[in-house]
Ligand binder design. Structure first.
Ligand code: PBG
Length: 328
């Protein structure tokens, strides 16, 4: 039966103009929801390009301060710092050294932005170990969970002393959040928050990050990061982290795990972050550089999809640029 007047129900009415579409938009994307991950490398005098991540650099201490000031100016949600030390060793000692690159960078950025921008730091050993694993190894070469926890506690104390606002444990060791919370509280830093990388998957999309932190990983991370097909396990990890004292939880990567973001969002009562990681960034950049996709539209669509899946906060290398795009 066709009505001579045509359909009565016409969803297109609400799509007719940009203003109508804006009125009924279901998902918001704002600068305050975006966190900029930033790399700072020890011992360099000029920022170094990362060839697999066009547009992203390893900062000098000075250029990092400028990037942080700009992030604050743009109203971003925060900056997440990663350190690239000049020399690495089996124990990752650069991570706990108060003069280590990440710890001095935290202090630099904190002095630059104060409380205007939350200063976050990756709390993990892979940037600092010569074998590239997120923890220390035992005699048989396996990543030793409990030995690693003691180093994470030390790292948390060093980051707190440097003035960090939020620590981001990303090593997927069992019990890491509880140990870090206790370490922070015992040094009189109960205000330092924990953004736990809770559901972190062993992913091929971390590839470009390895160049960003000069990591030559021996083997893979499958004994601590999760298998791609598991969603219940990701929810369990998030619930455990909340029980251990995580103030926020994270799912990582984002795009291949949008269902995990949704499941975690529904399971926990803390803010959920998602990390739009290096490989996700580089795929879009590479396709756009070839003229195969509209770069800016792809960026906004990518970030919206992660918000729509349920992420309250997104870590993205496009944070500063996206904040600019959103202003227009
Ligand atoms: C671990 C860490 C990694 C990333 C963030 N924190 C690497 C890994 O676990 O292999 C990856 C981020 C990205 O790929 O953009 N310190």
């Amino acid at each position: 039966m066709t009505d001579p007047l045509g359909p009565v129900v016409r969803p297109r009415r609400l799509r007719r103009t940009p203003a109508l579409r804006r009125l009924v938009a279901e998902t918001s994307l704002e600068a305050r929801q975006l966190v900029l991950p930033a790399f700072v490398r020890e011992g360099i005098s000029e920022p170094q390009a990362i060839s697999s991540m066009p547009g992203v650099v390893q900062h000098t201490r000075d250029s990092l301060k400028k990037a942080a000031a700009e992030a604050a100016e743009l109203g971003l949600g925060g900056i997440m710092l990663f350190g690239v030390p000049e020399s690495k060793d089996a124990a990752g000692t650069g991570a706990i050294d108060p003069d280590g690159i990440l710890n001095v960078a935290i202090a630099d950025v904190k002095a630059e932005v104060g409380d205007a921008l939350p200063v976050m730091a990756d709390l993990c050993l892979d940037e600092f170990t010569d074998h590239g694993h997120c923890g220390v190894l035992n005699a048989s070469g396996a990543v030793d969970n409990d030995l690693t926890l003691a180093v994470y506690a030390e790292m948390a104390r060093a980051q707190a002393a440097a003035g960090v606002d939020v620590v981001g444990p990303s090593g997927m060791m069992d019990g890491q959040v509880a140990v870090i919370r206790e370490a922070l509280d015992l040094v009189g830093a109960p205000e330092v928050a924990i953004l736990a990388y809770s559901a972190k998957y062993a992913s091929a999309f971390y590839g470009p990050f390895r160049e960003a932190v000069d990591s030559s990983l021996q083997g893979d991370r499958r004994t601590y990061q999760q298998d791609s097909g598991n969603v219940i396990e990701g929810v369990r990890e998030a619930l455990l982290d909340v029980a251990e004292g995580a103030d926020m939880v994270m799912v990582k990567p984002a795009l291949a795990y949008l269902d995990v973001i949704r499941a975690v969002r529904e399971a926990v009562d803390v803010p959920v972050a998602a990390y739009n990681i290096s490989g996700e960034y580089s795929m879009v950049e590479a396709a756009a550089a070839n003229g195969w996709i509209d770069r800016e539209a792809a960026i906004v669509e990518t970030l919206l999809s992660i918000r729509r899946a349920g992420a309250d906060v997104i870590l993205t290398y496009w944070a500063a640029e996206a904040a600019g795009l959103l202003r227009r």
